[in-house]
Design a protein around this ligand. Structure first.
Ligand code: PMP
Length: 456
């Protein structure tokens, strides 16, 4: 199809994820054609550095031929196998065993989904089942943090703490609640008092709802889609410990943070936390095939398995759970992370990125620069002293994304004028230099927008 026709057909027929639909119709799509390493090429032949790994998922970069071969080989041999009726398949078994072996604590049991939203959805369903079957049916309420993102399923969108995922969607449900995020840049106090404030917020919420009525607390080790908000060291551990004290389950949403994104294999490793449940997706297959996973602790799994009457099915399943092609991809991706040294490279590149980005702190538009591993956030302000966000009428996020793209760089520009950077873990120091040079050029160009200059 000719390029113009593709753009027209996209407008007419393709509903895009989380964009203003009418703005998309006006603007039209950018059609991506190919990728190699950390670079993407669009239909106009414009080559850009992908500083966001697609959607923080293509950790191994584009064009890894051993993954292509693993998928093709599995597709030729056995493209599909159901997990219903006690059937199984080799790649799904092997991948589940490897995840169980590496995950913290006793997360020994894996339910595969197609992505993150349905991994969260599965968590919510199984948590309800667990408390009902163990004789505590009043434990229904679930708590998460403002700005957290936990997918856009009917139930999960209410756990998500972003207004756009609630408005007009009748979310959150009455059993879904949020406490403030641990947001150091916008907290007046030191790390220790921020941690105690979050602990108190959770305790107060649980007391208000009644300890016998609260089932679980959900949190990302680092808030991703809410603007790359990095809690103080020790925050995650303190929240997990508080959940244990309050007898509620701790769910680690590691859809972004797992597989080396923040340095270690899992984001929970940073604070040495062993969650009761963990959700994975994105880096699990590096985006080469759709797959997510819910890891369940041995304690929860056993309670469900042993208390469900013998012969009664547990009515949770998906046609594509444990899909053999996605699992074969996941196995090869995991091999590349570990034996191919990609996680180790991500760790040293994260240190280099921290040094390379540091000078941007003095840029007039940069209020806050935060980073853990290869996950970085830049908060744009028009007044550093008052930490004033740019007026939304300036349309700065869209302008930044547009200028960045013209400069050959993809990053995420969040609604609150925050920039998210999450390049593939294969990125080299020379490529980081290119990324940072294009990013500074983009910020400098934003300064030249008359309305932005006037707002400073
Ligand atoms: N949880 C987190 C932390 C995420 O970042 C995402 C996706 N950005 C999801 C859940 C939902 O995953 P998916 O888009 O694959 O459904």
């Amino acid at each position: 199809m000719a390029h113009e026709l593709l753009i027209a057909r996209d407008r007419q027929h393709l509903i895009h994820s989380a964009v203003p639909w009418s703005m998309h119709e006006e603007r039209g799509a950018t059609i991506l054609k190919s990728g190699a390493g950390i670079f993407l090429t669009d239909a106009d032949g414009h080559r850009v550095l992908d500083g966001f790994s697609g959607l923080w998922c293509v950790n191994i970069g584009y064009g890894q031929q051993s993954v292509v071969a693993a998928a093709a080989e599995q597709m030729a041999r056995l493209p599909y196998a159901t997990g219903y009726f006690h059937f199984s398949n080799e790649p799904a078994i092997e991948l589940a065993a490897k995840l169980a072996d590496r995950a913290p604590g006793d997360l020994k049991h894996v339910f595969f989904s197609q992505g993150g939203s349905d991994a969260i959805d599965s968590a919510i369903r199984l948590i309800r089942y667990y408390f009902n079957i163990t004789g505590r049916p009043s434990k229904k309420h679930m708590i998460a943090v403002d700005r957290g993102y936990h997918g856009s399923s009917s139930i999960g969108a209410g756990i998500t703490g972003l207004p756009a995922f609630h408005a007009n969607f009748d979310a959150p449900e009455p059993t879904q609640h949020h406490i403030p995020a641990a947001y150091p840049y916008r907290f007046d106090g030191d790390d220790a008092s921020l941690i105690s404030r979050s602990v108190r917020d959770l305790q107060t919420m649980v007391e208000t709802l009644g300890p016998d009525n609260v089932a679980a607390f959900f949190a990302e080790p680092v808030i991703g889609s809410g603007g790359v908000i990095i809690p103080p060291d020790g925050w995650y551990r303190a929240m997990a410990a508080t959940c244990r004290d309050l007898d509620i389950l701790f769910v680690a949403d590691e859809v972004i943070t797992a597989f080396g994104r923040t340095g270690p294999l899992f984001g929970s490793n940073h604070d040495d936390v062993a969650p009761d449940l963990m959700t994975l997706a994105k880096g699990l297959t590096s985006g080469y095939a759709p797959m997510g996973a819910l890891l369940v602790s041995d304690r929860i799994y056993r309670a469900i398995a042993d208390r469900t009457p013998s012969g009664a099915i547990i009515g949770h399943g998906q046609t594509y759970s444990g899909h053999p092609v996605s699992a074969a991809v996941g196995l090869e991706v995991l091999r590349l992370y570990e034996e191919g040294g990609i996680i180790a490279n991500g760790r040293s590149s994260g240190e280099y990125l921290a040094r390379a980005l540091a000078p941007l702190r003095s840029h007039p538009l940069v209020g806050n620069l935060r980073l853990r591993g290869l996950l970085a956030g830049i908060e744009i302000v028009t007044d550093k002293r008052t930490k004033t966000r740019p007026d939304p009428s300036l349309g700065l996020p869209e302008a930044l994304a547009r200028i960045g793209y013209a400069n050959g760089l993809v990053f995420r520009a969040f609604g609150d004028a925050m920039i998210g950077i999450a390049p593939p873990l294969i990125i080299t120091t020379a490529e980081i230099d290119i990324l940072v040079e294009r990013l500074s050029r983009t910020l400098d160009a934003a300064l030249e927008i008359a309305e932005v200059r006037a707002a400073l």
